[in-house]
Design a binder for this molecule. Structure first.
Ligand code: HEM
Ligand code: HEM
Length: 172
């Protein structure tokens, strides 16, 4: 994705947002099923149990928090830019990384939006898309994490470290 200028590295804000969103997404993937009993009950015009509503609310509010953090993160990216891919990386790998990052952005915006359309407007098709995205996200995030670890341990680039330590010039 080429929506920002190149920077010396990620800012502290960008790093914090990356790991906060990653943690919340993993949590959502784990607890995702917990919203289904309440969702089914509402869709069929039945009253869900208090426990079902409680479980559903956790999924809804954690998901909406991801959307807020995603907006902040995109704004931070547009303002501060992102560091360039390692220069020794092939054009193909750079394209794969950029496409993966674009898809990850699509998920952190798309999942809360499709979920909210299903939950608040009973938009069943959005619920279907939301569910179908689950395995796709698991594969893309898995490849993304594997690529980061591969870069760190085998290629020995600074790609993982720069997502852990803010660039010296940026302290925001
Ligand atoms: C980061 C954001 C989110 C992620 C990663 C996520 C993930 C998931 C997962 C894994 C499931 C279970 C899918 C399955 O069992 O096949 C699910 C179901 C569901 N989620 Fe989310 N979710 C997110 C945000 C939201 C939000 C913000 C809402 C509502 C405001 C929401 C509403 C729903 C609903 C209604 C279902 C049940 C869909 C159905 O059964 O058709 N989700 N979600
Ligand atoms: C749901 C989980 C995750 C999401 C949504 C996500 C998303 C992203 C996105 C969109 C970027 C591009 C940079 C930006 O615009 O901020 C990025 C970069 C990065 N991510 Fe993740 N990520 C996730 C999990 C992980 C995990 C588990 C790891 C490590 C094991 C990881 C390591 C990295 C690294 C090292 C970069 C920097 C890449 C570079 O500078 O070229 N991410 N991530």
């Amino acid at each position: 994705m080429t929506v920002a200028n190149e920077s010396a590295g990620y800012t502290a804000t960008q790093i914090l947002l990356h790991w906060a969103i990653a943690t919340l997404i993993v949590l959502q993937l784990v607890i995702g099923e917990d919203i289904k009993p309440a969702y089914r009950a509402f869709s069929r015009g039945n009253a869900p149990t208090a426990d079902d509503v409680f479980n559903a609310n956790i999924h809804v509010y954690v998901g909406l928090a991801v959307l807020v953090l995603a907006v902040w993160r995109l704004a931070a990216r547009l303002r501060s830019g992102v560091p360039a891919a390692p220069p020794e990386e092939s054009v193909l790998l750079k394209r794969i990384a950029a496409t993966t990052h674009f898809l990850l952005y699509l998920f952190i915006f798309g999942m809360p939006i499709t979920g909210a359309l299903a939950w608040y407007f009973d938009f069943a098709a959005m619920g279907e898309i939301h569910e179908l995205a689950k395995p796709v996200i698991i594969v893309v995030v898995g490849l993304h994490a594997a690529a980061a670890l591969w870069q760190h341990f085998f290629v020995k680039s600074d790609v993982l470290v720069r997502m852990l330590r803010p660039a010296a010039r940026h302290t925001r």
